[in-house]
Write a protein that binds this ligand. Sequence first.
Ligand SMILES: Nc1nc2c(ncn2[C@@H]2O[C@H](COP(=O)(O)OP(=O)(O)OP(=O)(O)O)[C@@H](O)[C@H]2O)c(=O)[nH]1
Ligand SMILES: [Mg+2]
Length: 255
Amino acid sequence: MCASCGCGEEDHTIYTMPGESHHHANKHDYHHHHPHNQEHEIQLETDILSKNNMTAERNRGYFEALDIKVLNLVSSPGSGKTSLLEKTINELNNELKIYVIEGDQQTLNDANRIEKAGAPVIQINTGNGCHLDAEMINHAIKELKPERNSILFIENVGNLVCPALFDLGESIRVVIISVTEGDDKPTKYPTMFESSQLCIINKTDLLPYVDFDIKKAKEYALRVNPELRFLSLSVKTGKGMNDWYNYLKKCRIIF
Ligand SMILES: Nc1nc2c(ncn2[C@@H]2O[C@H](COP(=O)(O)OP(=O)(O)OP(=O)(O)O)[C@@H](O)[C@H]2O)c(=O)[nH]1
Ligand SMILES: [Mg+2]
């Protein structure tokens, strides 16, 4: 087991563009040794994260040089990340050049949805891994080759814990919660909210049917990150989506 997040020992990462046969990555050396001594585990975790941070900085430099804005979408499974991207691509594809990196443990489902929506996409299948890391992104952008002045969305593996630790070199981290998940998520999974700049509260069309208090959710999130900004929306009905589109148009200037 990995000392940092408990994901699987073997590296089964697979990179695939829709319509192509996939290929496996080289084994990451940090997945090799898993000593069960606590001191060694802390050392290993520090090594993993510092190696990741160095690669993330290289990614960031690459993105900045090409003026590519990168949004890392993180959430529990099923909060609506791919649905949000599908609608965004449909709405903004004429105005912005959009690219997508999809992260899931298995399947090409999300990449196929994005391709159908009309954006260039690469799927990373992490196998046993429960998060994307900077090296995977580094590898993926060499294949995806996003253009200068574009927006790159990275849909992380659905998981509210591990992706919080791994900087990918993104400009903005966006945490998405849906109203079906409970309004106490920010207190239970604070690192994700602490490390994000924007929080999207999705599926507001379901508010009449669930016990979710938006005011409380925001209050909890602001306790761990007073700088966090919020957008409440429903991808399904489109309510609140204009605020998101405006945020994206502005973030090209701000970040
Ligand atoms: N009612 C409602 N359902 C939604 C909304 N947004 C997404 N969904 C539904 O939520 C389910 C999951 O949506 P996805 O977009 O696949 O979620 P995801 O976050 O990409 O899921 P993973 O990639 O598996 O983590 C689908 O059935 C969507 O149709 C919304 O605003 N309202
Ligand atoms: Mg998805």
